[in-house]
Every structure is written in structure tokens, then in C-alpha cells.
Design a protein around this ligand. Structure first.
Ligand code: ARG
Length: 457
């Protein structure tokens, strides 16, 4: 039976019921709805609506429901939403007493509370998943701290870096994702329960105690805001979208590194799949899906922003549309973090290929320019000279260091025999010693700092 039949003389059209019901989506809030109901039962004792005996009975029934309820049972119930389902079950267990629980409460403050409780639970899982992904990157960074990798801009080989340096770049991005998530979790940590439908509850409930009981920092202070605010959905979708953007970039880097053309890494069989037609193929599906799922998470963010736009105060049924996108965005984010961790676990780096690639493509051209600068030539001029050297080298199909000293001196007579030691990859890396650079020392230092901050987590 619906929660609101009295005012109606005719039944709902079955197509309307199907359209209106949110149970197929919000069944996932069952534990949060029960938790919120237990706390509300406590508040009703405090205001004298329930006596201790009734309270005990209700609480026992709610705990029992929490233990025994299954998704299948909920979905088969035909209830309108999860709040109706829980109330129906309660009435089935304790009879008319179950009908008292909704005193002073509305589904509007109830659903707002349930969803925030869900966000808090998921937040903890997300924090763990982000930290795990970071730890896997750190393990890889340590293992490949000395592995030379070509660094790119415009997808053109630019300057050599180390594989460890690449890993640490993503550790930083995930760190920002973590702080963004924690920031959103801090802001959403206020309890809407006790706000009624919109105007506040008519019972003198201690909302501070109620909030504390449910593990919130405190109550939401305005009842209209309490039932109509979905900023936390926006913020979590936004944190998810930003992080998915990072994950998609990492996935793309790895897809490229794994390509036949680059051959820098090999992905494990465990996270790749074959082609039904081409027997030789081993496709990076896990990474492509991570890259692809970024799209639907962006969609969730756009969806909730658009749903909330210009909604009048306070609750409107439009807001029932808040959950599907949020659930999907958080599920996708969690799955992708987990999958990325698995992919990184099995990555094999071919350090000969990465070194060979870093040696090609004139990645040491900047070094030659810096060498000329050290000999007193202004950088802009040095840049031009080296440009000509590179042009000559391309024409002859060789590397800068393949030129004889005489040949190099045709471009600039300031070049001396010490030039060759500046053109090696080792020298190039070693020079990047200022904070944040790719020198092996800097990477070791960054790793040490990360190790400390991981302990602090
Ligand atoms: N199922 C609704 C939601 O998810 C909560 C119920 C509020 N309904 C209402 N008629 N005030 O938003």
C-alpha cells in the first residue's frame, strides 16, 4: 500500500506508478534508511511520542530487517520507494506501532539524510581506493626509478624523463583527487533529519543529538535548505569527473606505451583481451574502458547540474533523479580505480625500448643549447644554432652526438670536445636537479616524501 492513499479516490495508473516509483534505483539506500529510522525512533522517545517499550520493539524490528533484507526481496515488493518499503516491512513485523515511526518526519528530510549517509559510506571506500592506486604507482615508481623514458609534448619526443617521474606525476593528481573528495565529504557532513517536509518538524527534537547519533558533525541549520540541497551530489560527481579525467589520461599514456609502435610496456594477460578475428591481437581493453567511462561520469555531473537548475524551493520530484547518475558515477569511479591498480600491478616495462626511444628524436637538443649558453652564447641564438644542427642531423639521418667535433664546429666554433659528455641521457637527467625535476636524486627524494605522507594517511 502507498504511504499516501487517503486523499485519493482512484488508483494510480500502472504506467504512472512505474514512471513514479524510485525503488529500482533507491533500493540501494536500504541500510541507510534503516539507520536513519533507528535514530528517528530515538528522537520520538525524547519528545514523548514513543514510550520505552514501543521504542524497544521498533528498534528490534529495524535491526532484524537490516540483518535479513535482500535486494531481491526489496525489488519484488512493488513498493514506491525504499522509504515506503522499510515502513511496510516494519508494519508487517510490529503492526500498528510501525505506523507511529513517521511522526514528525517526511520522506523529504528522510531521503536527504539517507543519501548523505550513503555518500559518507562511499566516501570512505573511495578514499581507500585512491590510496591503493597511489601505493601501486609508488611501487612502480620505485621499481622504475632509474628507467629512462622519453618525455613528450605535442606527442613529440621532447626531453628524457624517468618512468618513476611519470608515475609520481599521477600520484600528485590522485592526491588532489583525494583532497577534493575529503573536502566535499567535510562539507556534506551535516544532518537534514528533523527538518520535516520543508518547514521544520513540529516536535521539539534535539537535532544536535540526532545528528551526532547518525555520525554527522551537526545538523543542517535551515529546514528549506536541508530538504532541497543536493550540492553534495554535484560536488561528488564533480570530484569523480575530475578524477576520471586524470584516470583517462593515465589510461591513454599506458595505451600508447603499450602500442606496437612504442613498445615501452607490456600489459598483463589478466587485463587484456583478444580479437575474435585477428589472432595476434592483445587489446588494452581495461585501459580503454577506463578512458571511455570518463564520459558517463561527466554525463552524471552535467545531469545533476541541469536537473537542479532553477528548481524552486523546496523539494520537487525532479530531485528524485539525483541518485541514478550519482550511483553510476561513484560505481564507475571505484571500479576504474580498482582496475587501474590491477593494470599497474602487472605492467612490465621494456627499459631497452624506452631508452632507445629517448635517445632518438633529438631529445638532447635542449642540452646542446644549454651547453652553448654556458659558453656565453645568448639562449635565443643558441636555440637557433641548435635548430640548424638538428636540421643537418635529420638530413643525414643521425643523432646529434654522431656528428664529429669538426662537423659540429661548422655550426658554432664555440663547441669543444667536452660537448659529448653533455649530450648523454645521464647528463640530461642529472641536470634536472631543481625541486620537482626528473633527476634520479629528485625522484628518490619525491618517493621518500610520498612514503612519509602515505604513512600519515
Ligand atoms: N523517492 C523520493 C526521492 O527519491 C523521496 C520521496 C519524496 N517524495 C515526496 N512526494 N515528497 O526523492
Amino acid at each position: 500500500m502507498a504511504l499516501w492513499g487517503g486523499r485519493f479516490s482512484g488508483p494510480a495508473d500502472s504506467r504512472f506508478k512505474q514512471f513514479n516509483d524510485s525503488l529500482p534505483v533507491d533500493y540501494r539506500l536500504v541500510q541507510q534508511d534503516i539507520t536513519g529510522s533507528i535514530a528517528w525512533a530515538g528522537a520520538l522517545v525524547q519528545v514523548g511520542v514513543l514510550n520505552e517499550l514501543e521504542h524497544g520493539q521498533l528498534i528490534r524490528a529495524l535491526h532484524q530487517l537490516a540483518q535479513e533484507v535482500t535486494d531481491e526481496q526489496i525489488l519484488a515488493s512493488g513498493a514506491e520507494d525504499i522509504h515506503s518499503f522499510v515502513e511496510q516491512q516494519l508494519i508487517a513485523k510490529v503492526g500498528d506501532l510501525g505506523k507511529k515511526l513517521h511522526t514528525g518526519r517526511s520522506r523529504n528530510d528522510q531521503v536527504a539524510t539517507d543519501l548523505k549517509l550513503w555518500c559518507k559510506d562511499q566516501g570512505q571506500e573511495l578514499i581507500e581506493a585512491l590510496v591503493k592506486a597511489q601505493q601501486q604507482l609508488l611501487t612502480l615508481a620505485e621499481r622504475e626509478a632509474q628507467t629512462v623514458l622519453p618525455g613528450y609534448t605535442h606527442l613529440q619526443r621532447a626531453q628524457p624523463i624517468t618512468f618513476g617521474h611519470w608515475c609520481l606525476c599521477y600520484v600528485e593528481m590522485l592526491e588532489r583527487d583525494l583532497t577534493r573528495l575529503k573536502d566535499a565529504l567535510t562539507r556534506l557532513d551535516t544532518c537534514p533529519l528533523g527538518s520535516g517536509a520543508l518547514a521544520g518538524t513540529a516536535y521539539p527534537v534535539d537535532r544536535f543529538a540526532l545528528a551526532a547519533e547518525l555520525g554527522f558533525r551537526g545538523p543542517v541549520t535551515n529546514s528549506l535548505d536541508a530538504v532541497s540541497d543536493r550540492d553534495h551530489v554535484v560536488e561528488l560527481c564533480s570530484a569523480a569527473a575530475t578524477s576520471m579525467m586524470h584516470l583517462s589520461r593515465m589510461a591513454e599514456d599506458l595505451i600508447f606505451y603499450n602500442s606496437g609502435e612504442a613498445g615501452f610496456i607490456e600489459l598483463s594477460d589478466a587485463v587484456t583481451s583478444g580479437s575474435s578475428l585477428m589472432p595476434q591481437k592483445k587489446n588494452p581493453d581495461a585501459l580503454e574502458l577506463i578512458r571511455g567511462k570518463a564520459g558517463r561520469v561527466y554525463g552524471a555531473l552535467m545531469g545533476i547540474l541541469t536537473t537542479m537548475k532553477a528548481l524552486p524551493m523546496a523539494y520537487n520530484k525532479d530531485m528524485q533523479e539525483d541518485k541514478e547518475g550519482l550511483f553510476d558515477a561513484i560505481d564507475s569511479w571505484l571500479m576504474c580505480l580498482d582496475m587501474l591498480t590491477l593494470v599497474l600491478e602487472g605492467v612490465k616495462v621494456n627499459s631497452q625500448r624506452t631508452l632507445a626511444a629517448a635517445q632518438q628524436g633529438y631529445a638532447n637538443a635542449t642540452e646542446l643549447a644549454d651547453y652553448l649558453v654556458a659558453k656565453g652564447i645568448p639562449f635565443r641564438e643558441a636555440h637557433h644554432i641548435v635548430g640548424e644542427v638538428v636540421l643537418g642531423a635529420i638530413a643525414q639521418g643521425k643523432a646529434l652526438e654522431d656528428f664529429t667535433l669538426q662537423e659540429l664546429q661548422e655550426y658554432s666554433d664555440t663547441i669543444e670536445s667536452d660537448v659529448y659528455q653533455h649530450l648523454t641521457i645521464e647528463a640530461t637527467l642529472a641536470k634536472r636537479e631543481a625541486l620537482g625535476g626528473t633527476s634520479i636524486k629528485q625522484v628518490q627524494q619525491a618517493l621518500a616524501l610520498q612514503a612519509v605522507s602515505q604513512i600519515e594517511v
